[in-house]
Design a protein around this ligand. Structure first.
Ligand SMILES: CCCCCCCC(=O)CC(=O)SCCNC(=O)CCNC(=O)[C@H](O)C(C)(C)COP(=O)(O)OP(=O)(O)OC[C@H]1O[C@@H](n2cnc3c(N)ncnc32)[C@H](O)[C@@H]1OP(=O)(O)O
Ligand SMILES: NC(=O)C1=CN([C@@H]2O[C@H](COP(=O)(O)OP(=O)(O)OC[C@H]3O[C@@H](n4cnc5c(N)ncnc54)[C@H](O)[C@@H]3O)[C@@H](O)[C@H]2O)C=CC1
Length: 721
């Protein structure tokens, strides 16, 4: 709703009231239209202030209304904003908290904008697969110029009040009560001419070499968009602002929005927005939940092992303001880590403009140094024997009640918990490299893990700026478990006739940041090789005969092992599935050696290369992964499809505009996914990961309900077990 009052004698004060973020639902839009009308027709009112309740101006259109066009009743935003701009009394927006999307567009229709110093503003529509279509794409470039508007609109980034002031987006910044400041300001401008304040009448500030600017921006946007259409439409809309009169620009904005609005991409991105919030409301099979489990404050934390991961985790913890004890036993690593952490912190401070967190870290080469910490994150080598020893030591050294966490990427968290005196105080905190940058944190609980600990770790993840997803314990947890069948299929396709480039290109065209083989080169082929050797899967020389490509009755590809035997570990050795200029270089080039290697391999194993289509690459890699996702749901390892999708979007480079693997399956059609899996499973009886999982069959049998209804089917399936 919207509240109206007259304050200071002659100022009409309109307050948006719609928790949680005063989003512009139909009722609010009605309220604005009515109260603006009231203020403008009241002769006692000389100026108007629009603000939002609870320290928040407005979070934009009500995204929930976008689910169906039929929901979008009530006065449309565009004429509402026009009538504010056309008013003959000054209208001032008092921006506290934030003005985003339609909220900022509303403020741009006002004649003046005053923001609190802690407020943020932005046009994040692009992140929802849309563009600022309530005049934002036309007014913002007219106000702050084309280059700055392009930067804000194509990225959707939120900017501070200080930056907004510098850009001329707001007129004043208030340190104290913004509404009071706006009322005072409104009194001071009452009666003044508004001709120069209506942004739609402005000309865009001229840009030298405008064609070149737009070409350049479009090229950059196309590269980073990875197939997303909204950023491209945003550039086109701003171009219309720069080249067309306002009314025609608005027409173009409307046309572009109509295409975006009905696109599957907008649905996927809006699903991701809500899914990200759903995963914060975690639950455990025991019934413990986010709203009934209370954590306790963590003041001091420790990191054990300062290798690749430990360094990033130390930085992420220190940046939250915690005291951190960083432990590394090897002298060389110890010295290098200190320097590396300090550089990472400096770079982080430069990027964020926040003060350095150096002083909060103490370094030690002894585990004894962690005796008084509240929480430990272990990040030593991926070796069960070593980790067990470290957990036994931690259990002996740490004060009672200390939370013990492991950053293992695959090992059994329960087995580690069983090494300690208080197994209920052990969970996995699976960070992704680089740990201080990557947004995803998988929080892995076991059957004995205490809800208090899960609450603590989820909260800590939030403080570190992570998107934390609570999942159950199994090999590879959710992310790496689902990655295995995806990677296996990529290897099998190589055997059958594909090349690394062909497969990667298909996956990158789909929208992945990197194809499976580029990722493998980046993370190092030797990592998986070590694990496979420990599991007894590796036969020197790749083995021969029928058994060479079968392990435990299941198809196995020794290709990765053969690559490692040749020292081709990926980027680190300058040779992997691709070749690189030098070790450590990132520029992947196809390697002609690969052609003869694969030919020779196929000849040895009696395989005849065939043409592999992009469609087969996508179906086999993605549907195998999705099928495993259904198994993860069936096993209760993930609470719902949102958890899986968020893990993939934030941790594995899955294109956000495709919503995550489970949402994608829903978009494709579950019956189609099932049919294709059946087809491939029949052709490859030695690949059980292609055998459709029973949950997928049950979902199809129950009419392929939309993704937000899957939990009900899963509940029924699980109750029948
Ligand atoms: C042909 C059709 C023509 C149509 C023309 C329309 C053109 C347009 O211009 C379209 C738009 O406005 S699109 C909307 C643009 N606004 C945004 O993207 C802001 C989204 N919200 C945020 O970024 C953060 O919530 C924010 C920064 C605001 C606050 O962050 P916090 O971390 O403090 O809080 P959250 O946990 O994110 O959110 C709290 C609860 O609020 C819900 N929510 C947030 N924004 C919403 C919004 N705009 N609409 C509906 N619900 C919204 C959010 O879901 C959460 O609730 P729960 O999910 O229940 O927890
Ligand atoms: N590298 C990656 O991309 C990811 C790794 N992980 C997991 O993180 C853990 C660490 O991996 P990385 O950082 O890559 O390994 P790393 O080999 O770079 O670092 C491990 C560090 O632990 C130190 N260390 C070994 N024993 C120790 C002990 N008893 N006390 C103190 N320090 C000790 C080593 O000296 C080394 O510096 C592993 O469990 C791994 O599976 C998880 C996610 C991603």
């Amino acid at each position: 709703m919207t509240q109206y009052s007259r304050v200071s004698g002659s100022v009409g004060l309109i307050t948006l009231k719609n928790p949680p973020v005063n989003q512009l639902s139909a009722v609010v839009r009605h309220g604005i239209v009515d109260t603006v009308q009231k203020a403008l027709s009241d002769p006692k009112v000389k100026s108007v202030v629009i603000c939002g309740q609870n320290g928040m101006f407005c979070g934009g259109a009500d995204i929930k209304e976008f689910q169906t066009l039929a929901n979008m009743r009530g006065p449309p935003l565009i004429p509402m904003i026009h009538s504010i701009e056309a008013a003959d009394k000054p209208v001032v927006a008092a921006i506290e908290g934030g003005a985003f999307g339609g909220g900022l567009e509303l403020a741009l229709g006002c004649h003046y904008r005053i923001a609190h110093s802690k407020a943020k503003v932005g046009l994040p529509e692009v992140t929802l697969g849309l563009l600022p279509a309530a005049g934002g794409s036309q007014r913002l470039p007219r106000l702050i110029g084309v280059p700055a508007a392009l930067s804000l609109i194509t990225t959707g980034r939120h900017i501070t009040a200080a930056e907004a002031l510098q850009l001329g987006l707001v007129d004043q910044v208030a340190d104290h009560n913004t509404v009071d400041a706006a009322v005072k300001f409104a009194l001071s401008v009452a009666g003044q001419s508004l001709d120069a304040r209506r942004i739609s009448n402005f000309q865009c500030p001229p840009v030298p070499n405008m064609d070149a600017l737009f070409e350049d921006v479009m090229q950059k946007v196309r590269t980073t968009a990875r197939g997303a259409i909204a950023p491209i439409a945003c550039v086109q809309a701003v171009r219309a602002a720069a080249t067309l009169p306002y009314t025609q620009g608005m027409q173009r904005e409307k046309e572009l929005m109509a295409t975006l609005f009905t696109s599957g991409q907008a649905r996927a991105l809006q699903y991701c927005f809500f899914a990200q919030r759903v995963v914060g409301r975690w639950s455990m099979p025991s019934g413990a939940r986010w709203d009934t489990s209370k954590g306790r404050p963590i003041h001091k934390a420790a990191v054990i092992g300062l290798g690749t991961m430990g360094r990033g985790i130390t930085v992420a913890l220190a940046q939250t303001g915690l005291s951190v004890v960083a432990v590394e036993t090897q002298e060389k690593q110890f010295m290098e880590a200190k320097k590396a952490v300090s550089n990472m912190l400096e770079r982080g401070a430069k990027r964020s403009g926040k003060p350095l967190a150096h002083g909060k870290i103490t370094y030690s080469q002894s585990l004894q140094a962690v005796a008084d910490v509240d929480l430990v994150i272990e990040a030593v080598f991926e070796d069960m024997g070593l980790k067990k020893k470290v957990f036994q030591q931690l259990s002996a050294v740490c004060k009672p009640g200390t939370f013990l966490c492991t950053n293992t990427s695959t090992l059994d968290v329960d087995e580690l918990a069983s090494q300690t005196h208080q197994p209920e105080l052990v969970v996995g905190m699976h960070f992704f490299a680089p740990a201080h940058i990557m947004k995803l944190l998988e929080v892995v609980y076991g059957p004995r893990s205490s809800p208090e600990l899960v609450a603590v770790v989820m909260e800590l993840g939030k403080k570190m700026g992570k998107v934390s997803v609570a999942v159950g314990n199994c090999r590879g947890f959710v992310g790496n478990r689902m990655l295995k069948p995806y990677r296996d299929q990529a290897y099998f396709l190589l055997e059958e006739g594909a090349t690394p480039q062909l497969i990667d290109q298909a996956l990158e065209e789909f929208g992945f940041a990197m194809g499976a083989f580029k990722v493998s080169d980046l993370s190092g082929l030797d990592v998986g090789w070590k694990v496979r050797k420990e599991e007894g899967l590796v036969q020197p020389g790749g083995g021969s005969g029928k058994s060479a490509r079968i392990r435990n009755g299941v198809r196995y590809s020794p290709l990765g092992d053969l690559m490692c035997e040749q020292g081709r570990f990926g980027q680190k050795t300058g040779r992997g599935w691709y070749q690189y200029d030098k070790p450590g270089s990132r520029d992947a080039r196809p390697d002609p050696w690969m052609h003869s290697f694969l030919e020779e391999y196929r000849a040895r194993h009696g395989l005849v290369a065939r043409r592999i289509s992009n469609q087969e690459v996508l179906e086999r890699c993605l549907y195998a992964m999705i099928n495993e996702g259904f198994r993860v749901l069936e096993d209760g390892i993930a609470a719902g499809p949102e958890d899986i999708d968020i893990i993939y979007v934030f941790g594995y480079g899955w294109p956000r505009h495709r919503g995550g693997p489970m949402f994608y399956a829903n978009m494709v059609g579950l019956e189609i996914v099932l049919e294709r899996l059946e087809h491939y499973a029949q052709a490859n009886p030695d690949m059980p990961t292609l055998q459709p999982c029973s949950l997928l069959r049950k979902l199809v049998a129950s009419g392929s309900p939309p993704v937000n209804k899957w939990k009900e089917v899963i509940k029924n399936v699980r109750s029948q077990l």
